[in-house]
Design a protein. Structure first.
Length: 392
């Protein structure tokens, strides 16, 4: 519930409200979108200390504080008198995102459910995948009756009523720190985040994240250029979201039959294939729709890859701290993807060529990820410990 509402208000409402914001304020689309993207970049940076706090004090206080801050930021967005104020409010929202989006929820479920975490993570991402389904039309309905400022104030109320009490009252309060000595914890985490496998993976996986996000968010122009009507192109983009749900449903069976290294290779290879085909296939329309669904499925699987890659390789006890470092470049890459995809298309002379470049970027990330895969089961070292035992 809280992931659906948090993602819906802080992320998916913005693209629906963008035209109304720019029309009412006179701010350029580029500047307005840059403020939103800056918030996403801040969430990537803030994820590092937030992950450390999650390990030490647990998700209840962190996610509750994040919800309170998110409500304040949403009110700030709604009442912003100037573009500078608007941008500052999105920077505050970025800090809140780090505390209420997937990273915090993944940390909680990974620690709570231990070896059975996969089912919990799958259910969570399936539910959160409905955020756009619920909040895109809800925001549109609100905008039909209210201006964008009143719409964001209503959304702030929804955020407050749903997420604050659920985070404060419904999350289990006991949280046993991974270890009792913060200094030793920092040393252990530092040993992992400076190791060659971690650095290679943390450098590699942002490339597929960037490539898939850029291809997904710039999908409509190449589809319309190949003869699809605007309506069908928009439906195809929506079906990409449905494909994400398929990828998440298929992740658990894939996990049961493959190793972490194999799953990483399969997700990256599927990403390369999907984007490369979108770059080269000109039709018919039904085939382009199928390819968009394929790209969505790979992207959905990639979300769960990001959720599990740290615990699979380095155990669950320091998950929050390690995942904070690991997710930061991935989140930043995804935040830069809309601008980056458009920029690449401008440089290379069109979206088909841009998609070919993006496929190459994803492939480069796959090679680096393979090079960063530990070759021994002991790679987790002392950090694994009893990490796959659920906390009492």
């Amino acid at each position: 519930m809280t992931e659906v509402v948090s993602w819906g208000v802080l992320y998916f409402a913005f693209p629906v409200a963008l035209a109304s914001i720019t029309a009412d304020t006179g701010w350029s689309t580029t500047a307005t979108t840059a403020a939103f993207s800056a918030g996403l970049v801040v969430s990537a940076v803030a994820g590092v200390p937030v992950g450390r706090w999650l390990d030490r004090i647990g998700p209840r206080p962190v996610m509750t504080a994040g919800s309170v801050l998110a409500v304040a930021a949403t009110v700030g967005i709604a009442t912003a008198p100037t573009l500078l104020w608007f941008a500052a409010a999105w920077l505050v929202a970025g800090v809140a995102m780090a505390a209420v989006f997937y990273q915090a929820a993944f940390a909680a479920l990974t620690r709570w459910y231990g070896p059975t975490r996969m089912r919990a993570l799958t259910v969570l991402t399936l539910a959160a995948g409905l955020a756009s389904t619920v909040f895109a039309p809800l925001t549109s309905v609100l905008l039909a009756h209210l201006d964008w400022r009143a719409t964001y104030l209503v959304l702030a109320v929804v955020l407050a009523v749903v997420t604050i009490p659920l985070h404060a009252l419904a999350l289990p309060p006991p949280w046993h720190p991974a270890i009792d000595q913060p200094g030793a914890e920092r040393a252990d985490v530092r040993a992992v985040v400076t190791s060659r496998p971690f650095l290679l993976l943390a450098t590699a996986l942002p490339l597929p994240a960037f490539g898939l996000s850029a291809a997904s968010l710039t999908l409509i122009p190449p589809l319309t250029a190949r003869g699809l009507g605007a309506g069908l192109a928009a439906v195809t983009l929506g079906l990409l979201g449905a494909g994400e749900l398929l990828g998440r449903v298929g992740w658990a069976p894939l996990t049961a039959r493959t190793t972490p290294a194999t799953r990483t290779v399969l997700v990256v290879a599927g990403s390369v294939l999907a984007v490369a085909l979108l770059a080269t296939v000109s039709g018919p329309a039904w085939l382009l729709v199928v390819l968009a669904v394929l790209a969505g499925a790979v992207r959905g699987a990639g979300t769960l890859l990001q959720a599990t890659v740290v615990a699979d390789r380095w155990g669950t006890e320091r998950y929050g701290s390690l995942a904070g470092w690991f997710a930061a470049p991935i989140t930043a890459a995804s935040a830069l993807a809309p601008f980056g995809g458009t920029l690449i298309a401008t440089w290379v002379g069109g979206y088909p060529a841009a998609f070919a470049v993006l496929a190459g970027v994803i492939a480069a990330g796959g090679i680096a990820a393979w090079a960063g895969t530990p070759r021994q089961s002991a790679a987790a070292g002392s950090l694994s410990g009893a990490g796959d035992r659920p906390d009492p």
